[in-house]
Design a protein around this ligand. Structure first.
Ligand code: RB5
Length: 143
């Protein structure tokens, strides 16, 4: 499995922690930045991760302070279904019902363990299809 991960300065510390967690699970991680706590603009990193997802990595992970800016930016990219998840059940349902392909988390609101549990819930869940398939198709029609 390959995952692209990105953050702004407010998500940097949590991104580094999540990145190490993913690597410890044997997952290949493509880190598009940012690479320090120097101030940057979250849309730049949302676009980088979404481009990688569109180019074939399995999932994207984005982290900013609240997760809000990243999710707004990512959902403007064609083919991206980004879900801001603050705890594991949200992440499970984002995969099962919404077929989310980008997990967004909040660096200023979530602890490291909670973020790891949220990542696990996202990666362990499967899209359920069925009635959800029709709804996800309607999302594509809006694009
Ligand atoms: C950066 O200060 C902050 O605005 C950003 O990380 C994010 O929370 C925006 O939605």
């Amino acid at each position: 499995m390959r995952i692209a991960i990105g953050s702004d300065h407010a998500g940097y510390e949590l991104k580094e922690s999540v990145k190490e967690y993913l690597k410890s699970k044997g997952i290949e991680v493509l880190d598009v930045g940012t690479y320090s706590e120097e101030r940057v603009d979250y849309p730049d990193y949302a676009k980088k991760v979404c481009d990688e997802v569109r180019n074939g990595v399995d999932f994207g992970i984005l982290i900013c302070g609240t997760g809000l800016g990243m999710s707004i930016a990512a959902n403007k990219c064609k083919g991206i279904r980004a879900a801001l998840c603050l705890y594991p059940d949200m992440a499970r349902l984002a995969r099962e019902h919404n077929n989310a392909n980008v997990l967004v988390m909040a660096g200023r609101l979530m602890g490291k363990e909670l973020a790891n549990w949220t990542v696990d819930a996202f990666l362990n869940a499967q899209f359920q299809g069925g009635r959800h398939e029709r709804r996800v198709k309607k999302l594509e029609e809006i694009e």
